[in-house]
Design a protein around this ligand. Structure first.
Ligand code: ADP
Ligand code: MG
Length: 396
């Protein structure tokens, strides 16, 4: 991947605008999880060390575009960022017409989504944003799959555009994992629905040596293999596609194993009584909410033997303690394994934190949608723009 990297640029005395993903959960005016703010700190500190004046951009939530709404203000983010950096961080609410800033200062520009044209990647808006800086740094992997004014548009409009260290580290890790994997390569794809993961399953099948499915996705595969799934969440319309994937796996000399045992319950609730069943003994009034203990051991062994493991999607309803054992086993097997492991997805990250295995995963992607699109082999528009401007820079 050929783009400029912030680490290699001279930034002393420059106005540097950095697009981060500071879209954190906020409750009653306070940030409830600051992981994304912390992830951006090294980039911000590096820009300050290089002598830049730092302008930060981010979105927060889904406000009605074109309207400023205090509910989606970045004020709580400015406050938390200021604590973490140990210096004042000014929130600028009207910034598009110009910002007063000196080298060594950090200004957070109010929610980019308050500006009409952000989501439609309006060129004039992108030019106004890029016009505020000497160098534009794209550092928000989680938004790089969307062509918007503060991402793709500003990269193209800026005098100089580069990737920030958080973004380039993420791209390097994903690239290494997908294009130069240590074999055998394993993917674990769980979650609720096949429909949201069909394209990712499809493209992974050609890359990996082994594919494990879990969660609601596995239910559709269990049904595709001819078993009754009772009341389970599954997608009957997608059974033909699941059968197609199973066939393709066989044609490549592999397989998509289905759980040998499962944990079922009569209702979808935290206090529902868990029962372990063989996969072909699920009752009409039961739903599969987790993989069973034998399957958990089996999957853990597969994970132990992997050279590379890519994980997206919990294999059960891990939010309920009674149905969390399968996902815990997968998380702990990844933690123990020597494989280069990479995980992504909103709920997958929640599971990783719930089971305390963060340290044991080689790389945790900050992006949900962007992570899946990268795995699918799609071009991420903001990254493509970084490559295009670097190419133009070289040949001019
Ligand atoms: P991610 O955000 O990591 O990509 P998904 O959003 O695809 O993951 O799926 C996560 C959700 O899938 C969780 O809320 C989990 O409870 C649910 N899930 C997992 N297994 C099952 C199952 N057997 N039945 C119903 N829901 C399930
Ligand atoms: Mg999710």
């Amino acid at each position: 991947m050929n783009y400029l990297r912030m680490e290699n640029l001279e930034l002393a005395g420059k106005r540097v605008m950095i697009r981060e993903d500071l879209n954190v959960p906020v409750k009653d005016g306070s940030v409830t999880s600051d992981a994304r703010i912390r992830a951006a700190l090294p980039t911000i500190r590096l820009a300050l060390e290089k002598g830049a004046a730092v302008l930060l951009l981010s979105h927060l939530g889904r406000p009605v575009e074109g309207e400023s709404d205090s509910q989606f203000s970045l004020q709580p983010v400015a406050a938390r960022l200021s604590e973490l950096l140990g210096m004042p961080v000014r929130l600028e609410s009207t910034w598009l017409d110009g910002v007063n800033i000196s080298p060594g200062e950090v200004v957070l520009c109010e929610n980019v989504r308050f500006n009409r044209g952000e989501k439609s990647n309006d060129e004039a808006l992108a030019r106004r944003m890029a016009g505020l800086c000497d160098d534009f740094v794209m550092d928000a992997f989680g938004t790089s799959h969307r062509a918007q004014a503060s991402t793709e548009g500003a990269v193209r409009a800026a005098a100089v555009a580069c990737a920030g260290p958080l973004l380039s580290r993420e791209l390097d890790a994903l690239h290494k994992c997908l294009h130069n994997p240590v074999r055998p390569m394993l993917a674990i794809v769980g979650g609720s629905k096949v429909s949201t993961k069909l394209t990712v399953l499809d493209s992974l099948l050609d890359k990996v040596d082994e594919l494990i499915v879990g969660g609601g996705i596995a239910n559709t595969f269990i049904a595709a293999a001819g078993h009754d799934v009772g009341n389970s969440l599954y997608e009957p319309d997608l059974i033909p596609q699941a059968q197609q994937l199973i066939k393709r796996a066989h044609a490549r000399g592999g397989s998509i194993p289905i759980p040998r045992d499962v944990v079922v319950a009569k209702s979808f609730s935290a206090d529902a009584k868990p029962l372990v069943r063989h996969v072909d003994e699920v009752g009409q009034d039961e739903m599969i909410l987790d993989i069973g203990p034998l399957t958990a051991v089996e999957y853990s062994e597969i994970i132990a033997g992997a050279g590379t493991a890519i994980w997206n999607g919990p294999v059960g309803v891990f939010e309920f303690e009674n149905f969390a054992a399968g996902t815990r086993a997968v998380a702990e097997a990844i933690e123990r394994s020597h494989a280069f492991s990479i995980a992504g997805g909103g709920d997958t990250l929640a599971a990783i934190d719930q089971f305390g295995v963060r340290e044991g995963v080689s790389y945790i992607s900050t992006g949900g949608g962007a992570f899946l699109e990268f795995v699918e082999g799609k071009t991420l528009p903001a990254v493509a723009a970084l490559e295009a401007v670097a190419q133009a820079h070289k040949t001019s």
